[in-house]
Design a protein around this ligand. Structure first.
Ligand code: ATP
Ligand code: MG
Length: 765
């Protein structure tokens, strides 16, 4: 057995070998938090303090969970398949599958990804004749998820006005509809598990006694409900319960918009009376200049728990900064630099291109494609979200649970079988009248509608019967064929790709059953009870029978159910896959926790990064700065930053100022590849305005700076101007020179605009 501890520094060692008490490891990027967490699990098991079944580890993505399991099996001679390592969603899914009855769910409940959820909501609004201008589906979805993330059901929400009361009412109807259809959304997975365990004491105690060690990575991004869930699992405030070991970095909290609450870190310290607070300050990832840039940038944030990072790796190369004249040129520069890296022997998968917003990837992709450089984009439409794949999944869902109305509606007339909107309306009417699913309402239909719908049901039933004893991959093949999907796309002019995607599903199913340990021949429909009887039932202290949600999932879910859960959970996971020989393109959000030798941060412009939406929210710019901190700290050896004077976004050309973040980076760590243009922000304390004696009565120097920064355009900062469309305003900043001069102008009511002075028509006032 190898020595797990010899590669750790003293603080890491202390963290890994803490006694079984609650602990918080607060540490900056690249300081080994994830490594410490994984090593601690291995150490606890190796020293016999806990069995693999007594560990519960929560990661942020499925990919991180897989990686953790792979590392554990490299460190320990055990089979990690049964271990509880996963995301909140994955772990809750497993619990609900086992205790579906206690959770009042059908055995074959299905998971809605966000796309599905939105369509359920649209359907609900329509069925209830709700004005979707007044109550847009997206807003309602946000409202519902937001409340669920806080642990609030409709009855718990305080409504202050008529609009809110209506939203609450719709929230309730939505929950009812989901229950009827046997579907749960992502937030519901957590809330349902939370409610189940709060209500059911024997079950709760069973798990509290079982999990002696609960470990959570990326703790700074937990939301309120997740924190409550952890409290419950760890038996906070009760005699039972294990130790909670949380690792996180307040400077990397970047999911506030999804309800994450960085306050959970201090709440945890307080409520769990954490005696063991360990800080790790040695960074093992990045070279000095990169780290200096990260440290200085984040020091501009006010509310921090406070820590710094140092490295022994040496300064390394400076951060290369490039100003492009257009987004096309920016992409070209990325390609030139990447090519020279690749020529020097860098692996393509060690080059990451990060952007703030998904829309930026199109231009970069196009340039990479033209240059013949393989690349991989994350966060785009993933396999399981493509239309043809969703159709196939809907058929599979009907095999598993025909009462899933969303699945029914998606394919009842796809491929077309002459079932029109009127027929569906009648069917919906009948379903509503009897309070049953659409599928169950079909026998109530008469006439032509009855015949065509009956034909559909017959087809579905036929396939169900035919596949009774089949293994999953075979079942998938039958469904692709029997549903008419394959034929449909084969007949389409541009359908070749889609046919290929559909056929890939058979391989996906084959891979899935072997990875999950089902065995290739296991019948896809095999019910869980049959397996549970094979020795998995246990009896709690007070005689209540509990089926333990033990892994592999094979013990609690049929291969088909498990495959469908996998498809939904995978679709919601935006994380990158490593190891491909391709450039890695992704948003900064999805780069969290990852590392690459070379990183490009693109589009560093005011309005884009920091994003314009952030200026409207309290603390918005601080969140953007944390995002920038995450971006910088992904790089091991080389970091590149770029911005562009103009950019086509959402069909409009924007004229941009470079990001204020440049003013927050140490000058000596940057290498400007294009002539650096001065900019002076009134708002920024660290700008040249502070250094110039602006406050004095003689502000000649200030004027000089202002004139210099006008780049010979003839305009001055502070000057009042008029614009035909935007009205009157004041120039607050000037940048660039000659024909590239841009002005940032505050137009009062209309807000801040950046205009290209060679094009914009301005009058002096
Ligand atoms: P992030 O905040 O980005 O999630 P992290 O704190 O989780 O970062 P890790 O990913 O665990 O950091 O570690 C960063 C890198 O440093 C990894 O490549 C890891 O293997 C390496 N590392 C961590 N600790 C040590 C050590 N003691 N000796 C050598 N390398 C180390
Ligand atoms: Mg980490």
């Amino acid at each position: 057995m190898q020595n797990l501890l010899h590669n750790l520094n003293p603080e890491q060692l202390a963290a890994v070998t803490l006694p079984p008490q609650n602990a918080l490891i607060l540490a900056g990027a690249g300081s080994g938090k994830t490594r410490v967490l994984t090593t601690r699990i291995a150490w606890l098991i190796q020293t016999g303090q806990v069995s693999p079944a007594g560990v519960l580890a929560v990661t942020f993505t499925n990919k991180a969970a897989k990686e953790m399991l792979a590392r554990l099996s490299a460190m320990l001679p055990i089979n990690t398949r049964g271990m509880w390592v996963g995301t909140f969603h994955g772990l809750c899914n497993r619990l609900l599958r086992t205790h579906y009855r206690d959770a009042a769910l059908p055995q074959t409940f299905q998971i809605l990804d966000s796309q599905d959820q939105l369509s359920v909501i649209k359907r609900l609004l329509k069925a209830n004749n709700v004005d979707d201008e007044k109550y847009p589906a997206k807003n309602l979805m946000y409202f519902i998820n937001n409340n669920k993330d806080q642990g609030l059901r409709a009855k718990d929400v305080d409504a202050y006005d008529a609009t809110e009361r209506k939203m609450v009412e719709l929230y309730d109807l939505y929950d009812e509809q989901c229950q009827r259809e046997g579907v749960v959304d992502f937030a519901e997975l957590l809330l349902r598990t939370y409610e189940l365990l709060s209500r059911n004491q024997p079950l709760r105690e069973h798990y509290q006694l079982r999990f002696r060690h609960i470990l959570v990575d990326e703790f700074q991004d937990t939301n309120d409900l997740q924190y409550k869930w952890l409290k419950l699992m760890s038996g906070h405030g009760s005699a039972a319960g294990g130790a909670l070991f949380a690792v996180g970095d307040d400077d990397q909290s970047i999911y506030a918009f999804r309800g994450a609450n960085v306050g959970n870190m201090s709440a945890f310290e307080r409520e769990f009376q954490v005696k063991n607070l360990i800080k790790l300050e040695q960074n093992y990832r990045s070279h000095g200049h990169i780290l200096d840039a990260a440290n200085m940038l984040i020091s501009n944030n006010s509310r921090r728990l406070g820590k710094n990072l140092r490295t022994d790796a040496g300064h390394g190369e400076q951060v290369r900064v490039y100003e492009a004249s257009s987004d096309l040129q920016e992409a070209q520069w990325i390609i030139e630099e990447s090519k020279s890296l690749i020529n020097e022997g860098t692996s393509r998968s060690e080059i990451a291109v990060l952007y703030r917003s998904n829309a930026q990837s199109r231009v970069i992709e196009h340039a990479l494609f033209s240059a013949g450089i393989p690349y991989h984009v994350y966060g785009g439409l993933r396999y399981f979200q493509r239309a043809e794949v969703k159709h196939a999944i809907a058929y599979l869902q009907l095999m598993d649970n025909p009462h899933n109305d969303s699945a029914f509606l998606r394919v009842v007339n796809f491929p077309a079988r002459g079932i029109g909107a009127r027929t569906i309306e009648q069917l919906q009417g009948a379903a509503e009248q009897y309070g049953i699913s659409l599928y169950a309402a079909v026998p109530y239909m008469v006439g032509k509608a009855g015949t065509s719908l009956g034909g559909f049901v017959k087809m579905v039933e036929g396939m169900r019967f035919e596949t009774q004893q089949m293994a999953l991959p075979e079942l998938v093949r039958i469904v692709l064929d029997g549903s008419g999907l394959l034929q449909h796309y084969q007949g389409e002019k541009e359908g070749a790709d889609r046919v290929e995607n559909l056929e890939q599903m058979v391989s996906a199913a084959t891979q899935f059953v072997s990875e999950e340990g089902y065995g290739q021949g296991a019948p896809a429909h095999l019910g869980p009870q049959a397996q549970a009887q094979a020795g998995n039932a246990i009896v709690s202290a007070d005689g209540v029978e509990i089926i333990d949600a033990d892994a592999p999932l094979a013990t609690v879910m049929s291969p088909l159910s498990a495959f469908l859960s996998h498809a939904s959970l995978e679709a919601g996971d935006n994380q990158a896959q490593a190891g491909q020989e391709a450039l890695q393109l992704m948003t900064v959000h999805s780069a969290k926790g990852l590392e690459f030798d070379n990183v490009f941060i693109t589009g560093l412009e005011e309005g884009l990064f920091p994003h314009e939406s952030s200026s409207k929210e309290d603390g918005g710019v601080e969140e953007e700065r944390r995002l920038m901190y995450v971006a910088i700290t992904r790089a091991r050896q080389r970091l590149y930053m770029c911005f562009s004077q103009t950019r086509m976004l959402h069909g409009q050309t924007r004229y941009n100022m470079k990001s204020r973040f440049f003013d927050e980076l140490p000058e000596e760590s940057l290498k400007w590849l294009s002539p650096k243009v001065q900019s002076h922000w009134f708002a920024n304390k660290k700008s040249a305005w502070d250094e110039a004696p602006l406050a004095g009565s003689d502000n000649a120097i200030a004027r000089q700076i202002a004139q210099k920064s006008s780049g010979g355009s003839g305009w001055r900062i502070g000057e009042s101007v008029a614009h035909a469309k935007f009205g009157e305003g004041v120039i607050v900043n000037l940048e660039g020179s000659g024909s590239n001069c841009r002005a940032q102008i505050n137009f009062g009511n209309v807000g801040m605009k950046v205009l290209d002075l060679s094009v914009a028509k301005l009058d002096r006032l």
